[in-house]
Design a protein around this ligand. Structure first.
Ligand SMILES: [Zn+2]
Length: 162
């Protein structure tokens, strides 16, 4: 294919094709679990310096659905990647510069997560603001973590990010 750098059009059944122009510079977060894009946006905050394109519930293979986010002029930080991995463990990240993918990776959750997850146990020592929370990852997908201090175990849907 020659000419303008565009990505393959996304189609959804009989809906008209939607063309999304390629990013010159920024981050593409693909293969987000369908329904998690807005949560991911809230993780990223509103520090955007360019266009943000969001695709919700797009076809991904024959049966699956996914969300996708394209963020212009912003490269994602390792801390943001870890948070997004907690929400959507199979997400893929592509860093774009001059229309080229210069880095593409899937996040790997570390065995221990410091200061990202809130412990819902009110008597847990980590709810003292001087103590950073610490959770051990017991299972990645579906996510299961355990508080290092009070041993409270949390499933994916119970995880609340700080
Ligand atoms: Zn705890």
């Amino acid at each position: 294919m020659q000419g303008e750098p565009t990505e393959p059009a996304a189609s959804s059944g009989d809906m008209p094709l939607i063309k999304v122009s390629a990013l010159r510079k920024g981050t593409v977060i693909d293969h987000l679990v369908a329904g998690t894009a807005l949560k991911v946006l809230s993780i990223l905050g509103i520090r955007f310096e360019g266009a943000v394109t969001i695709g919700l519930n797009l076809e991904s293979g024959k049966v699956n659905r996914k969300d996708i986010i394209k963020i212009e002029n912003r490269e994602i930080t390792p801390e943001e990647v870890s948070k997004i991995a907690l929400v959507s463990p199979r997400a893929t990240f592509s860093i774009i510069r001059d229309f080229n993918v210069v880095d593409k990776f899937k996040p790997a959750l570390p065995p221990v997560i410091d200061n990202l997850i809130h412990c819902p146990n009110p008597s847990c020592v980590c709810n003292d603001s001087r103590v950073a929370t610490r959770f051990k990852v017991e299972r990645t997908d579906p996510l299961k973590v355990r508080c290092h201090y009070c041993e409270r175990s949390l499933k994916k849907e119970e995880v609340e990010l700080l």
